[in-house]
Design a protein around this ligand. Structure first.
Ligand SMILES: [Zn+2]
Length: 187
């Protein structure tokens, strides 16, 4: 089911999400909603709180490779449950990052270039995956969502100050909206 997105200002985006204790029909249904909503809203990734569930799970479908416009290509969608970043490279990269819950705003965020993530799949099995480039950025962004952290929190203090007013204005505007079509690279 395609669900409406939750936006900046919605308290659910600031909650530390509950861990999933068992793969039930409800969890499988939420996973499907994540996939349907991610595709429908044109996102590269989507976390459960963004569609109204305070559960530590997310979907991504982004690859490491770029298209001719510099946007990441899509890859087979994947679900991550109870995600944990267990390793991160010292080597970092700073890039513009969008979020479907903060539409129209691109934040410059510095993150490790490579990470190793541990998570559970829909069969209830744990797996680890090493990711780099866009996929690494995307899983860090989505894992942050499961901890109530947004990409705007990851900007430098200087940028936070610079964009404070614009973000406050956007938040007031978003609180009046119920649906918004995402930007090309948002998660
Ligand atoms: Zn996001």
């Amino acid at each position: 089911m395609i669900r409406n997105l939750r936006y900046l200002g919605d308290p659910i985006l600031r909650m530390k999400c509950r861990r999933v204790v068992a793969i039930t029909d409800e969890i499988r249904a939420i996973a499907q909603d994540l996939l349907d909503s991610m595709i429908a809203h044109n996102g590269s990734g989507l976390a459960a709180p963004q569609i109204g569930f305070d559960l530590a799970m997310f979907a991504i479908h982004v690859s490491d490779e770029n298209d001719e416009y510099g946007y990441p290509l899509d890859q087979e969608p994947m679900i991550f449950i109870n995600p944990e970043i267990i390793e991160a490279s010292n080597d970092t990269v700073t890039d513009g990052e969008g979020c479907m819950s903060v539409p129209g705003f691109v934040a410059q965020v510095t993150r490790p270039r490579k990470v190793k993530i541990r998570a559970m799949n829909l069969d209830g099995e744990f797996f680890t995956e090493e990711l780099q480039q866009w996929r690494a950025r995307c899983v860090q962004h989505e894992t942050d969502h499961t901890n109530g952290i947004l990409h705007i929190d990851r900007m430098s203090d200087k940028l936070k100050k610079k964009h404070e007013h614009a973000l406050k204005t956007l938040e007031l505007h978003l609180m009046k909206k119920t649906s918004f079509k995402g930007d090309p690279f948002v998660m």
